[in-house]
Write a protein that binds this ligand. Structure first.
Ligand code: BGC
Length: 501
């Protein structure tokens, strides 16, 4: 018979497979796009549609998951997400036209969006308070592992893009089948009036004293919120409003600080910085993938001891610094680019003019093998290495702070009645911001240059840091019900700074 700790850990690991779906898909598209363009004769616009379809699906999936999870529970929502992802992965692999591919990618996105809401929520429900942060962080760990695995799959299976997409079904199957063996979440059971079953799950997962307290608190919470039978009335409470504002703002910040711009375009950034050789740029990208996984372990080890705030503050400070240095370092390259463009412009007849923007527009295609970058052999070696170090520091800082902690906070901050809808809104906001960055990053690069774009990300990280400093209460070690009570009172760090309520 498995002991309670192992049982809860096993539940968290199976549920965190939802992260694998997400991560695998983030990474796999870069390699697949290289060959899709040729296969379906897609122009840049077509490639952009195929790329962004998954994000549109994720926004819809996340928003729909609020209703679904509330009605059918996190266990069922995760099973559904896994099943939808399997269908989407096979449909993508079998696509015979750009249109079917775009629709298949949208289906994949639906699965990702649902699990982004349901996985952290379900883990938060099952985990004991003193290990909740670590267990939700497993979800982020699996995202990073998914990204890394997809880089490797892309390298090994190229040019077979159908294999790349098809393999995505594996984590989907693990999630859908694995969840079938897990219990319903005790809070969901309690909200459906199934108290005896809720008690049984609490007894299986928590120490006896803790299980009793948890049951009492859940009952009291449900009793208190009986007067608010409609989900939107749950947001009348001060705690729910604060949770909504804090988590949604952080979820949007998580994307606006530029993480996916760096992840998607790392090879280009490295080439621009002076690692002109394609292989060197790809290796550097693989290093990023590894750093992303390894640094997540810092949070796994520390989140429940040192708390959420400390990790977020250190991580964001590191991101502001590394992005700031990156911005200043790239001023040099932007200058070289501008000089090169003007030399080319004066030497080339206007009809065949080599547009400095062309590589950026084609960017999604060359993520795995960027061939078309203006080579910056002139870029000094020192600056190339400085760029690599800065990008590594940035990724590491993200991986131990904004990466996992946004999911942890989304999973744990909402009062019981507002949880599913609140999670859905925060996750929807996250995917929407992801979509905006993906859609505008290349235009930003073209319009303002790499240097200013990094400085913009640095400034946004600074705002995120201030937001955490002034508005985020510590939630480590508190039960979900205690967090609700804390949020119902003045925020500890901002007695003079009023949050809307
Ligand atoms: C973010 C993703 C990102 C990933 C990188 C996640 O927390 O939501 O957008 O690609 O971290 O590790």
């Amino acid at each position: 018979m498995m002991n309670k700790n192992m049982y809860v850990m096993m539940i968290a690991i199976v549920t965190a497979c939802g992260g694998l779906l997400f991560g695998y898909d983030v990474g796999v598209i870069s390699g697949a796009l290289l060959f899709l363009g040729k296969n379906f004769s897609l122009n840049d616009e077509g490639l952009e549609i195929v790329t962004s379809a998954v994000l549109v699906g994720s926004i819809l999936g996340a928003l729909g998951a609020g209703w679904y999870t509330r009605r059918f529970g996190g266990r069922s929502a995760n099973m559904l997400a896994g099943a939808i992802f399997v269908v989407g992965a096979f449909a993508s692999a079998a696509s015979d036209s750009a249109e079917t591919l775009a629709i298949s990618r949208l289906i994949v996105g639906l699965g990702i969006g649902i699990t982004a809401v349901a996985a952290p929520l379900y883990i938060a429900d099952i985990a004991p308070p003193d290990r909740r942060g670590m267990m939700i962080t497993l979800y982020q760990l699996f995202i990073t592992i998914g990204i890394l695995v997809s880089y490797v799959v892309d390298l090994i299976s190229a040019p077979h893009w159908r294999v790349m997409f098809g393999l995505g079904a594996v984590p989907g199957v693990v999630l859908a089948v694995g969840m079938a063996f897990l219990p319903y979440s005790p809070r969901w059971l309690a909200t459906r009036g199934r108290m005896a079953e809720a008690k049984k799950v609490l007894d299986q997962t928590l120490e006896p004293a803790m299980a009793e307290t948890a049951l009492r608190e859940i009952q009291a919470d449900i009793e208190r919120q009986k007067n608010d039978p409609q989900w939107w009335l749950a947001f009348r409470s001060r705690a729910a409003k604060k949770a909504l504002i804090i988590t949604t703002t952080l979820a949007i910040f998580q994307q606006l600080i530029g993480i996916n711009a760096i992840i998607y375009y790392a090879p280009r950034i490295f080439q621009k910085a002076g690692f002109v050789d394609e292989k060197a740029a790809l290796w550097a990208t693989l290093v990023i993938g590894v750093v992303n996984v390894v640094a997540t372990f810092i949070t796994i080890g520390m989140v429940d001891k040192s708390g959420r705030r400390k990790l977020l503050i250190c991580g964001l400070a590191g991101m502001v610094t590394s992005l700031g240095i990156l911005g200043i370092a790239f001023q040099q390259f932007d200058r070289i680019d501008t000089q090169q463009s003007s030399i080319q412009a004066s030497a080339t007849p206007s009809t065949t003019q080599v547009d400095a923007k062309t590589p950026a527009i084609n960017a999604p295609v060359d993520v795995a093998a960027p061939k078309d970058l203006p080579s910056t052999a002139q870029g000094s070696e020192t600056l190339a290495w400085l760029t690599l170090v800065c990008v590594i520091v940035y990724i590491a800082c993200f991986a131990f702070s904004m990466g996992p902690l946004v999911w942890v906070l989304i999973g744990e901050m909402f009062p019981i009645q507002a949880r599913c809808t609140g999670n859905a809104i925060a996750c929807g906001g996250n995917y929407f911001a992801n979509f905006i960055v993906a859609a505008t990053f290349l235009s930003l690069l073209n319009a303002f240059g790499a240097s200013n774009t990094f400085l913009l990300f640095a400034s946004i990280s600074m705002f995120a840091l201030l937001f955490v400093l002034f508005f985020l209460p510590e939630t480590a070690g508190r039960t979900l019900e205690e967090i609700e009570r804390d949020l119902g009172e003045q925020l500890p760090t901002s007695s003079s700074t009023s949050m809307p309520n």
